[in-house]
Design a protein around this ligand. Sequence first.
Ligand code: CA
Length: 519
Amino acid sequence: MKRNLTIGTLALSALSVMAQQTEQCPNIIFILSDDHAIQAISAYGHPLSKLAPTPNIDRIARDGAIFRNNYCANSISGPSRASILTGKHSHKNGFLANWNQAFDGSQQTLPKILQENGYETALIGKWHLISKPTGFDHWMILNDQGDYYNPDFITKNDTVEYAGYVTDLITTFTKQWLQTRENDKPFFLMMNHKAPHRNWVPAERHYDLFEDVTFPLPATYFDDYEGRFAAAHQEMNIYRDMYEGHDLKMVTGVNSDTLLYDPWPHAFLETMTPGEQQRFFEAYRERNNAFHTTSMTEKEIAEWKYQRYLQDYLATIRAVDESVGQLLDYLKTTGLDENTLIIYSSDQGFYLGEHGWFDKRFMYEESFMMPLLMQYKKHIQPGTQVKGLTQNIDFAPTLLDFCGIDIPDYMQGESFRELTDTGRTPEDWRRSLYYHYYEYPGFHSVRAHYGVKTERYKLIHFYGEQHWELYDLENDPHETDNIYGKRGTEQITRGLRKELIRLQEQYELPEDHLKPEKK
Ligand code: CA
């Protein structure tokens, strides 16, 4: 920014005001990946991530804050994204499920408020809210879920297919936008990765990355779902429900270039060039041949599928980690990191074999939790640990707070700025979280449910068939022992039910959302 260099007292005080204003208006870069579980971010310390570390994503935790108890309001892509944008629960922002519905882009959102307050706003990558983005000066989004290879990008003007790997393209377009910005406004930039979303196709350079790694099997991989009706009736089991061709890249026989079951070839092999297809089959050849020439029991095949799933899922994350590294390096080189708040999160957590599952949806910890790392030099101390209960409805209020912009009353989340600034949880901070999943019937057949979580306990109501579940997370961190209705839990249950009703009233849940869907 060019300014008159005559430095008098007046000019100095004007500069000081400018500095304060700049101080109040950080740039914001929000990196949102899709289905990235905290088990797969090494800053969180899970044993899996030690075998597949994420050193660049970890830099944000090292230089800023890591959130140990951050959760979503509804564990599925569109609804979580809608909560992030609006600061509201699903029943208030209207995006309940990934069914045939579109986000109501006419409502007030975080990017619109930032725009109104002098920010330049941009969105690059996955959107997945069906309606066209609003509140962004510049946007370039993937079509629906997006493709891993040679994806289409949609802009205000057209749809163009770009050659390359989706994660790399999103990184390139993000850097291009940063490099070609012309004005001095502060900016809000969302870089939304497709990875590591299903069907986990790594970049060519990463096909073999974890080929020889054996990942530890979760203790609950062969869960019998005893005492848990909804868990017993889902369809998201790795060894029963994964598509062997589409998801697991399994082929019909020795040296075959024909995949087993793949219901969506148009979103997978058919987006690759013939050369890319050939290199894909070659990369899996030896492993697939070994599968067909080795005698295995059913249990061994189930474990084999877990390894294949993890190898691919974690390999797609390597490209995301490289992307974050490139972006952080760029910010550092240009000095932009000094006044930029950088966030890394994912729209929800994900099952990496716990309970035998992939996917999300349940209020159990692995899918309910969202990773959250946040760096903002001068404001957030390096190595800050945030332990208070936070939720995706808090993101918008918190960012407005960091920008010195009033938080609108309709937002249901709270600013957690004090938690990041001090590293402590204030006495009057929330002690419980509300959750509500709606998408039933739907993919993976997870029953609709709502629930309340405190630091130690979780009460869930699957209201279609009237099943209740109660977990003591201290004694049962894997949530396999449903103690609802058991002797000695009466008082805990009463307290949690009361809290659940209080939250439903506080968040103004409509009466008909407490009843099962009419089929
Ligand atoms: Ca997702």
